[in-house]
Design a protein around this ligand. Structure first.
Ligand code: A5A
Ligand code: MG
Length: 467
């Protein structure tokens, strides 16, 4: 799986009914029912986190060219990726309309109308929408798509720079909680100047190491400073009666989150879904013989009801096929816990539980304690998946002080930590010499020498092979 990760990933999307890439537009796929459920559950987690202090809104998908073009740096960053709508039926439009690649230029003209005084601040809104980017790098389902179907973008405006910096920290904490719920480990870094979001002051990013050692950017948080406020004239009357520009931030996660769940936790048998996003948390597999069939099925339904009452998502696989085939199917689909029930088990008043994250079989008594015991196994499986993933990351981040060692370490599937002086030219030289990307700065240091220039180091930075 590690060697052929891309192939494994491609196959699992198809075999586990996640997405179908045969849709006849490159970079755009169909969410199939099972994938749609995973998407829904993961979306609900982030929604819940955002709903604590953000208002959900919905902006139009089309952005007039004049608005998109207003913020020079921003539009330059996206100009090669924009899809344009130019006609309504046979009639050429008098202004080209962009399919949003992201929504700053849709939202901020409205912020300019909505924000009048300091009482209107802070403003914190989010939307979950599809965005379009004509990506020119190799497209991959969920990872680099041209229609991002599940773009969760948050946009805030504040009275002071301090508040905007605090908001960045809040987003970092929020994303940590989100990825923790999915058992996804992350490396947080401040992107180098040349890789920050177009129009931002600085970008904080979450990266995850996929099984093949390549990193995937799974979330980004941007401090926009006052750049967009100037462009879109977003001002407020402060307590002192003065008119001031707001400070803004934005943050986003996408379909890539699902890619990371699949990639990080999967194994050679298929998906291993964390219970929080698994469409079924428990799959009951009846072992049916002619004799006693009705009784076994009736008990399965009873168990299902009992577990559902405790808030657990349960399905019964009563298809008329071999139990072995059912087992394989649910291993492939990554259901966290399987409960097996045959006539003999019914006689003994037990069910045999099997966690997807590890193979051991456990007998559970069919009484009032069942739901608690099942919850306990789900929780353990959740923790275990997360631990395995964090251990993997721990083993695949290596430090070196020798620039000539980077290549060997990265090719062996690692992300490499190194001392960097912080100079942009030197940073680019390191990227050029090694052929990899500097992810960003992990921490400031007052020791060590820059791996390339030999001058005093300012940072510990990360370099990796990236998606
Ligand atoms: N408005 C801000 C939040 C923004 O657009 N930021 S971003 O460009 O960095 O995108 C947010 C996140 O979307 C990225 O961190 C990345 O995880 C994801 N993303 C970007 N392009 C993508 C693509 N083509 N396919 C899938 N996900 C993508
Ligand atoms: Mg891009």
């Amino acid at each position: 799986m590690v060697e052929n990760f891309d192939e494994w990933f491609h196959d699992i999307l198809e075999n586990a009914d996640i997405t179908d890439s045969r849709y006849p537009i490159k970079g755009m796929a169909v969410w199939r029912p099972y994938g749609f459920q995973i998407r829904k559950h993961s979306m609900n987690i982030i929604k819940k986190l955002l709903d604590k202090d953000h208002d959900e809104v919905l902006f139009p998908m089309l952005v007039p060219e004049t608005e998109l073009a207003k913020e020079g740096i921003h539009v330059k960053g996206f100009e090669d990726e924009v899809y344009w709508v130019t006609q309504g039926g046979q009639t050429p439009l008098n202004e080209k309309l962009a399919l949003r690649p992201t929504s700053e230029t849709a939202i901020y003209p409205m912020y300019s109308l909505w924000i009048r005084t300091h009482i209107d601040l802070p403003i914190k809104m989010y939307q979950i929408v599809n965005t379009f980017r004509y990506e020119t790098k190799h497209t991959r389902p969920l990872i680099r798509v041209r229609e991002i179907t599940t773009f969760k973008e948050a946009h805030t405006a504040h009275a002071t720079k301090e508040e905007s910096d605090e908001q960045i920290q809040d987003f970092i904490e929020m994303y940590k909680e989100f990825f923790d719920d999915l058992g996804i480990p992350y490396l947080i870094s401040k992107r180098p100047e040349w890789d920050k979001f177009p129009g931002s002051d600085y970008t904080m990013a979450f990266d995850v190491i996929m099984p093949n050692g390549k990193t995937l950017q799974i979330g980004t948080i941007h401090n926009l400073g006052q750049t967009f406020a100037k462009t879109f004239d977003i001002t407020f009357e402060d307590k002192d009666g003065e008119h001031k520009l707001v400070y803004q931030t934005c943050a986003g996660v996408s379909d890539r989150v699902i890619a990371s769940v699949i990639g990080v936790h999967g194994d050679e048998k298929g998906l291993r879904l964390p219970p929080k996003v698994s469409p079924n948390q428990v799959t009951i597999i009846p072992i049916l013989f002619k004799k006693g069939k009705e009784e076994v099925l009736a008990k399965c339904s009873e168990i299902k009801e009992q577990l559902e009452e405790a808030g657990i998502r349960v399905n019964i696989d009563d298809r008329d096929i071999r139990p072995g085939k059912k087992f394989n199917d649910w291993e492939l689909k990554g259901t966290p816990l399987k409960l097996e029930l045959g006539p003999r088990d019914l006689e003994n008043n037990i069910t045999v539980a099997m966690r997807r994250d590890e193979g051991e079989k456990i007998e559970l008594t069919l009484d009032d304690s069942l739901a608690d015991n099942v919850m306990d196994l789900l929780e353990k499986s959740n923790e275990n998946l997360s631990k395995i993933a964090w251990d993997f990351q721990g083993e695949h981040v290596k430090f070196t002080e020798d620039i000539n060692e980077i290549s060997e370490l990265v090719e062996a599937g690692n992300v490499v930590k190194f001392y960097w002086g912080g100079d942009e030219a030197v940073g680019k030289e390191i990227e050029e010499k090694t052929g990899y990307d500097i992810l960003g700065i992990q921490e400031e240091v007052s020791e060590g020498k820059c791996i390339a220039s030999g001058e005093d180091a300012k940072y510990v930075a990360l370099i990796a092979k990236t998606y």
